[in-house]
Design a protein around this ligand. Sequence first.
Ligand code: AMP
Length: 342
Amino acid sequence: MTNQISDYAIATLGSHTALQILKGAKDEGFHTIAICTKKTRKPYDSYGVADEIIEVENFTDYFQIENKLIEKNAIIIPHGSFVSYIGPEKIFNEMRAMHYGSKGILDWESDRTKERQWLTKAGLNLPKLYKTPEEIDRAVIVKFHGAKGGFGYFIAHSPQEFYERMKDHPDEHDFVIQEYIVGVPMYVHYFQSSLTGELEIMSFDKRYESNADSIGRIAARDQLDVDIHTSYTITGNVPVVVRESLLPMFFEIGNNVVEISKNLDHTPKGLYGPFCLEGVIDPKLNFRVFEISARIVAGTNPYTNGSPYTWLRYSEPMSTGRRIAREIKQGIESGRLEELLG
Ligand code: AMP
C-alpha cells in the first residue's frame, strides 16, 4: 500500500447516496468509479461525479466485476443499496475488494434481534416489542423483514385488526410488531472517526413518506369515508435542525452505541464511519429509537454542500460522503488505511 491517494480510487454502486459519495471523493482528489446498470447510469453521467462508470447487467452481478475494482485499487463505500443487493453475508465472506467500514457490523444492523440487543445494552429507549399478535393492547406498527423503504408496514390497534390487515399479506411470515410511538420522526447522522477517535454529528433529517406525510391534508371524516390506511413508503428526505438543548443527549447516546459496538462478535474494530440512529421524539422529548443503520444513510443527501452542523466544524462544504473521503485520504497519507478497512 502506498501513501499517495492517486494510487487509489473510490467506488460505489450508482444508487442511494452515490452522488454525494462520489462528489465528495472527487473534491478530496480521488479517482471515482460508479457501478451502474444501463437503466440507472443517467444521473451519474449527468452530474459528472464519476470519472468512470462500470456497467453491470444487474447490481447483484457485483462479483463479476470485482477483479476490475481490485486492479484499480478501489476502496468500496457501502451504502443502503449496496448492503441490500449484495447482502451482509456475501460482503463478510466473499468480498475481496477494499471495503470502508466494519463488515461484521452490517450483520448486527440487518438482524432485528441482534440490533435490539446492541441498542438495549447501549441504554437506548426502544419501543416495546410484542411477541404475539394476541398481546396487542395499543397502537402498534407491523414491519416486514427486508421491506424496502417502509413499503407494506401497517398500523393495528387490536389482535382482530392485525389479522384483518394480514389478509393483504398472505405470504409474509417474517415480521415484528412494535409499539407505535406518537411523536415526530428524527434521524441522527453520525460520523465516528477511527483516526481521531471522535464522534461527530453531521446532520439530521426526517423522511418524506407516502402516504403518512399527506394524510393530514384530508379531513378525518374523509379518511374514514374512503377507508384510507397509513403507509410509510419513503419517497425522499427533508432536512431538520434540532432544538439545540437536545444535542448533548444525541452525542451521549451516539457515544454509547459506539462503545458497546467494540464488544460485539465479529467486529474487532467496532462501529466506525457514518451511521444513523432512527427514531421518534415524543412530546416529553424522549427519543425512542427503532433502528440503527451502520453505514451512510439517504437522509444525508440534502447536504451535498454540508449541513448547518458541518459548517460549524469545517467552515467548508462537508457532506458525509466527503467526510468519508477525507478520512480515507488522511488514512492513506498517514499510513493508517488498514485501520479503516473492514
Ligand atoms: P423503518 O423502516 O423501521 O425505518 O420505519 C419506516 C417509518 O415507519 C419511519 O420513518 C417512521 O415514520 C415509521 N415508524 C417505524 N417504527 C415506528 C414506531 N415504532 N413508531 C412510530 N413510527 C414508526
